[in-house]
Every structure is written in structure tokens, then in C-alpha cells.
Design a protein around this ligand. Structure first.
Ligand code: CTP
Ligand code: MG
Length: 218
């Protein structure tokens, strides 16, 4: 797979309160190990770690120091990427199937930028002064996941444009969109959720048991 996998893993996991998520163990392996297992055929894997963090030994990846924000961490990873396609994937999303990776890659090759999304299952409202406010029609809304795929040159240009304009974003597709380039949507996966809050770990442990027991799921 002629693609550079970029893993921003330089966050401090403040909402979870258990230190940097890369080293958090779920089902007997670290979230970083889960993330790497999702890309067994990647020609290059680059991981951004919190500054001062010594890289783990024996993993099939190169490590560099991340920045103060996710966007800065990805910008540093992008500088080091050497292949024409990149997949950017949060270390905080351990359960990514091979079919999800393939869907994103195919759409990226065809269209230059692609992200997995999910419909919003709950009713969405605005909280107006703490009370139930207006309902947002959710049919056109989507939840955005990773891995997100891009032509490397395109994502570099998008990051440079964002830096120049002072744009900050929580994912990479936003920057590509701000540049005026379309981002294709592919079907995401509920299991590719991001571990953010302590409750998410309970779910993750249960999923890890299921996935460890059925390797074909990966
Ligand atoms: N990330 C990063 N560099 C930063 C901040 C975040 O590489 N300076 C990465 C995280 O490691 C994670 C991804 O961006 O893989 C998504 O971020 P999030 O879920 O917010 O993780 P944390 O920032 O670690 O958590 P928190 O916001 O609760 O501190
Ligand atoms: Mg964060």
C-alpha cells in the first residue's frame, strides 16, 4: 500500500484523565498498537507523540514530536511523509476494519480527499439558556471519523493555507474544504468511535474482546 499513515498521538487525553491515549491499554494492547494493526500493509507509518515522550520500542513506525494542537501535530507528520497519499488516523480510534480503510483509500485515489462519516442517530437541538431550544434537522448532518485520506500535496497545501489565514480545525478535511477543494464522503463505522470519556473505555474493552476473538473482523 503506497501510502503514508500519519497518526497524531500527541494529545494528553485530558477528558479521559489517564495520560496520553497512545499508551492506554485496551484488551491487552496499547491504543497505538491497535492503530498500527489497522494498517498492516502501509509502506510508511509516522506517529506524533507528546513532546518529551520516549518512543516505544519494537513497533513498525517512525516517531516524531507533536505540536500544541492536533493540527500542528498533523502538520509535522505531513512534513515527514514521503509518499503521494496520506491516511491521517487518530490514535484514539482503535477499532478500524480493513474494509473501512479500503473504502477511504479507494475514494481518496479517485477524488483526492475522502473521509468516513455516520448519520446522527439522536435528535439534535440547540440548548437555549439551558432549555430545550430549536431542533436542528439532522437528515443532512454527519459525524466525521478517521482515517481520512488525501493526496499528500493537497493536504500540505491545505495546512499551509490554514497557517497563513489563521484557520484552526479539529480535523484535516476542514482545512481541505477551506481551501475550496471537495472532500468525498464514504460510509463510516460505529465501532470506529473515538475514545474520549471514561465511559468509552468500558465499550472499548468489550469490543476488544470481540475483535480479539474474531480476527476476520480486522
Ligand atoms: N492530538 C495530537 N496533538 C495534540 C492534540 C491532540 O496529536 N496536540 C491527537 C490525539 O492524540 C488524538 C487526536 O489528536 O489521537 C484526537 O484528539 P482527542 O481525542 O482530543 O485526544 P486528546 O487531545 O489526547 O484528548 P483531550 O482533548 O481530552 O485532552
Ligand atoms: Mg484534544
Amino acid at each position: 500500500m503506497e501510502v503514508s499513515v500519519l497518526i497524531p498521538a500527541a494529545g494528553n487525553g485530558e477528558r479521559l484523565g489517564l495520560g496520553p491515549k497512545a499508551f492506554l491499554r485496551v484488551g491487552g494492547r496499547t491504543l497505538l498498537e491497535w492503530a498500527l494493526a489497522a494498517f498492516p500493509e502501509a509502506a510508511e507509518v509516522l506517529v506524533a507523540l507528546p513532546p518529551g515522550q520516549s518512543p516505544p520500542q519494537g513497533l513498525r513506525a517512525a516517531f516524531l514530536e507533536g505540536g500544541r494542537t492536533r493540527q500542528e501535530s498533523v502538520a509535522r507528520l505531513l512534513e515527514a511523509a514521503s509518499l503521494p497519499l496520506v491516511l491521517v488516523h487518530d490514535v484514539a480510534r482503535p477499532f478500524v476494519s480493513q474494509s473501512l480503510v479500503e473504502r477511504v483509500l479507494r475514494a481518496t485515489q479517485a477524488q483526492g480527499a475522502a473521509v468516513p462519516v455516520l448519520p446522527v442517530p439522536d435528535t439534535l437541538i440547540r440548548s437555549e439558556g439551558g432549555a430545550y431550544g430549536s431542533v436542528l434537522p439532522r437528515e443532512a448532518l454527519r459525524l466525521v471519523q478517521t482515517p481520512q485520506g488525501f493526496f499528500t500535496a493537497l493536504l500540505r497545501e491545505a495546512h499551509a493555507y490554514a497557517r497563513k489565514r489563521g484557520i484552526s480545525a479539529t480535523d484535516d478535511a476542514q482545512l481541505v474544504q477551506a481551501l475550496g477543494y471537495p472532500v468525498a464522503l464514504v460510509e463510516g463505522e460505529r465501532t470506529a468511535f473515538k475514545i474520549t470519556y471514561p465511559e468509552d473505555l468500558v465499550l472499548a474493552e468489550a469490543l476488544a474482546r470481540a475483535w480479539n476473538g474474531s480476527p476476520q473482523a480486522r
